[in-house]
Write a new protein. Sequence first.
Length: 460
Amino acid sequence: MYMDKLSLVVVILIALAYSLYFFYKSAGTLNLEKANIVLFIGGLFFVQTFLGIALIMLGFDKHYTLNRLMDRESSITETFYVVMVVAVLFPAAIYLFMRLFKANPNIRYHEFLQKKTEWADSRLLFWLVAGASVLCVGLLVAFLIKAGYLPLYKMFFHNESFDMGLERARMGRLYVLNQYVTNIMIHTAIPVMAYFTFSCALASKAPKWWVMTAILFVASVIVKTYNFAKGPIVTFMLGYLFILIYHNGKIKLKWLVAFGAGGLAILTIAYFALGTSVDFTDIYNGIWGRLLFTQVGTLSYNFDLFPQYVPFLQGRSFGRLLLPLFGFAPDAQIRSGRLIMEIYGSSGVYEGSAGVMNSVFFGEAYANFGWGGVLFSVVWVAFIIAAVFALCIKMRKTPATVAMFAYFTVYIANTTQGGFVDFVYNVSWFMVLGALLVCHYLFVLSQKRSTVTPSNQENL
């Protein structure tokens, strides 16, 4: 049963107050001009999960995802209480881990922002990055040749017979050489190198780095729109925002507003291009529906489906290498988001145009291990976030650490909205971390051979 409105408002405000307090303590700031990984993750959680379920409980419950629930009232109520509890426990756990790592963000993060980005020219590093860029962009060209068209162009210019849903599914299955090469060398390496070269360009002001930045930016835009998805390009662009914050120490409010307006414009254009009407007065459909309700609606499916209709997956959402640890064959993987899509979005599965229904990370943890999974996922994800945050603000500030900090800020935040198992085993993250740490130590070695020249800074 839903509680009365006054009690609801009291519970929401109490959870919000404690959550904001712990997010402030674990981020070291609530100033958007100095936003960081913790603050960004908190913002995504509030907009896409906390605010959505609060509005639903207060009567704004007409979103289409809720109509598919089999036990509507109990599932929504259960989702509400879980979100309220996680809203407090999650940032509190991050705060405790930051203390354990002896990285007080109120001190360490602000010291990091005040440092100048160190620069020492390394010809070896430049040619390594240039060679890797040529290789990866070449693979991207081969991918596009195999696809038969440029997806970004096709998004805007296609005839009526072009089925965007089916093509999106086809592009997701397309690869060059093999799926691992495509995922690592194209989908991961190109955007990471775009961030790194931009960070180097800001620190060095050298034209050669700006040229490489421009080439990799264009390539990354193609990569992030290869399957006609709207969100990845906005997520990618946010990485540049955080590079500017981490490099300069802050970014002025007018530039934050400009980034926000630009992101909204990109999404609006994408919706129009894909044939979706955009009504900014309609909170249930289009951009607002996607931001406020879709994520929390799919989260409620986890509590609706498991274990009443489907037994807990008991770890079957993990990757092939980890499945034997749970007693399953390597080919027995079942991602909860895919299973939920097959049940709640069966028409799209039948047509071959459906993908997955992702939700905030503790949804997949619950689908696999129940309430114990929810608690463990909150602690584990908080540990990963705190570890990355502490590592980045304790290291010397070079273009590599700035790029690494920005990359993990946007992609860890994005993963919190996608699933839990990616926080346990993620090959891409290990490779990005290793590559950028190598670049960092190449900078350090170069500085030992030459005079260190801190880059000039200008507050944008």
